[in-house]
Design a protein. Structure first.
Length: 579
């Protein structure tokens, strides 16, 4: 299983440092992340913090959302760890451009005694004071308005360009925009295939870099894909042919790269744009079964088309036929019919290859929709001999795993005791508890004093209410603070209930509910297709403590003793976890 931070207390010296760039257009935009890093590093050096960096600087990383920011999500998962002392960003808009998200974040870090610091000297805010929190909220409101205003302007510009038949964003593979008309034309870029199988980026008008090099133009590659697809060949077979013929794809930086199966989907999905038609929806949002292709074929513009109209029409009809074979009912809700464990299940062979090469892109999700099997993505070269597993086989193994995780009523006390032993109350937590008790007592004395002063007529009613309300708010704040032990007990209770619910409701739930329950508790599952067994899994970060304690209770239940080796691995418990 994936390594997690230590369960035991450690000095708080780590500052989680976040850098975000909304949209990287060219090399000049790299200045902004560099400036952010300089400001943040200066703060960490000044305060003696150890900087731990998280970045979202490639592509469009809007602060209006979180789901498109993997760096931020990874940082959030660290905020509960005990070695974290601060969260540092250049300015508030780097963290969020939503007012309510900023408010939640300030409250979240305050409850955990984490210092929130803005590194830009011109945008410093003291979040520990009421005035600072008010300024943060006002700043967040303006940031949100600014982002919304820019978004509306950009959408208006996009609509204007599309109304004129001009595409937006990166031109479809194999094409470029004419500098005058802005319409798509054939690209002259491509790659020279060398004798050793590598490529050298080039242009059709240039001389070959070495004698014997073969020209593989991007435009010709796109045409080859479209023709093979029009001949009713599947994406997996097309991918194999292109690999054998030495074609290359163009990556984001303009360099030749090996073709992947998803690249074939991208080319085929852009058939309307290749025909001079610009849709309101992006290519990845248009499903072939959503509308009859004849309506769009009739709107193709022969003068602006970069490929033959008849070829594009064949591609469109082929896409619809395949979609209808997969989904006979055009109105089927594809999302609700997805398999319960699709989207969180990874191939074990690809997972191993990904770790060996330190390349997360090599991970492969198993998919399953309206069929009988969970399937490996086409074109995978991870070395597994089987490419699918029957749905009932895998899901039965998953149910066995859930039953193993379920805590028997007589073992709940043991699990809690083991968890407390693993997370013994530190001196720092004891100090917090003492401070909490003293602060609550002080607030109550202040309220009693205000009552006495008001009764004696020394203060008016308005001053009396102000003092009472101020102290009551402070008491609520102190009561909301929980120690790690209290938090652990809450999380363990949540996990026990989640596992118990899955065990009771799994067999009687529909696929959509099963999918929701699985994704609520599991971060991922790794499945070995050749051995047809679960090779690894990880629960959500908030359930890690539960898993550690559960493994120890299993050791006690099955082996009659405590299990003091590495509790985060399946090694040594294979007879228990293996289906």
């Amino acid at each position: 299983m994936a390594r997690r931070s230590s369960l035991h207390s450690s000095p708080r010296t780590v500052a989680l440092c976040y850098i975000r760039k909304s949209w990287t257009r060219d090399e000049k935009d790299s200045i902004s992340p560099e400036r952010q890093r300089t400001h943040i590093q200066a703060i960490c050096d000044l305060r003696g913090w150890q900087a731990e960096w998280y970045e979202d600087t490639e592509g469009h990383r809007s602060g209006m959302h979180e789901k498109n920011r993997p760096g931020w999500l990874a940082l959030k998962s660290r905020l509960d760890d005990r070695d974290v002392v601060a969260l540092v960003a250049n300015d508030l808009s780097r963290l969020h451009r939503k007012g309510w998200r900023v408010g939640d974040l300030i409250e979240f870090v305050e409850q955990r005694s984490i210092t929130l610091v803005l590194a830009d000297p011109r945008r410093h805010i003291d979040f520990s004071t009421p005035h600072g929190k008010m300024m943060a909220q006002l700043s967040a409101i303006f940031d949100e308005w600014y982002a919304a205003d820019i978004s509306e302007r950009w959408k208006s510009d996009i609509a204007h360009r599309k109304a004129k038949g001009i595409t937006v964003g990166r031109p479809p593979f194999g094409t470029r925009r004419d500098q005058k008309t802005k319409y798509l034309i054939a690209s002259k870029q491509g790659a020279w295939l060398l004798s050793d199988g590598s490529w050298v980026a080039g242009n059709a008008d240039e001389q070959a870099p070495v004698e014997g090099a073969l020209w593989r133009g991007y435009f010709q590659c796109a045409e080859r894909i479209l023709r093979l697809y029009a001949e009713q060949q599947g994406r997996g077979k097309i991918w194999q042919k292109l690999q054998e013929e030495g074609w290359a794809f163009r990556d984001k930086s303009g360099q030749p790269a090996p073709i992947e199966v998803d690249d074939i989907r991208r080319v085929v999905s852009n058939w309307p744009e290749y025909g001079g038609y610009v849709s309101e929806k992006r290519a990845r949002e248009r499903h072939p079964a959503d509308y009859p292709p004849e309506e769009i074929i009739a709107l193709l513009n022969a003068e602006r088309a970069v490929f033959d109209i008849d070829l594009l029409a064949q591609v469109a009809k082929s896409r619809q036929e395949r979609a209808l074979r997969k989904h006979p009912s055009n109105g089927v809700n594809r999302k609700s019919r997805a398999y319960p464990l699709a989207g969180i299940t990874y191939c074990a062979h690809c997972e191993k290859m990904s770790q060996e090469r330190d390349n997360p892109k090599l991970r492969s999700l198993l998919s399953g929709q309206l069929g009988k099997n969970y399937r490996h993505k086409p074109g995978g070269v991870c070395g597994c001999s089987r490419k699918s597993v029957p749905r009932e086989v895998y899901e039965q193994d998953f149910v066995k795993l859930i039953k193993l995780l379920e805590v028997k009523p007589e073992s709940i006390d043991l699990l809690m005791q083991l968890a407390e032993r693993l997370n013994s109350l530190s001196d720092e937590e004891k100090d917090i508890e003492q401070q909490k008790a003293e602060a609550l007592a002080l607030c109550q004395r202040r309220i009693d004093a205000a009552v006495n002063l008001y009764g004696e007529g020394r203060i008016d009613h308005a001053e009396y209410r102000r003092r009472v309300e101020s102290n009551e708010r402070e008491m609520v704040s102190w009561r909301a603070r929980t120690t790690e032990t209290e938090k652990l007990a809450t999380e363990l209770t949540m996990c026990i209930q989640a596992v118990e619910t899955m065990n009771k409701l799994w067999e009687v739930s529909d696929d959509e509910d099963k999918q929701g329950m699985a994704r609520h508790l599991f971060e991922y599952v790794v499945y070995d297709l050749d051995r047809q067994e679960i090779a690894d899994f990880r629960l959500k970060p908030w359930a890690d403590q539960f898993l550690v304690a559960r493994v120890k209770t299993i050791a006690t239940e099955y082996f009659g003793g405590d299990y003091n080796d590495n509790p985060m691995t399946l090694t040594g418990l294979e007879p228990v976890f293996s289906p």
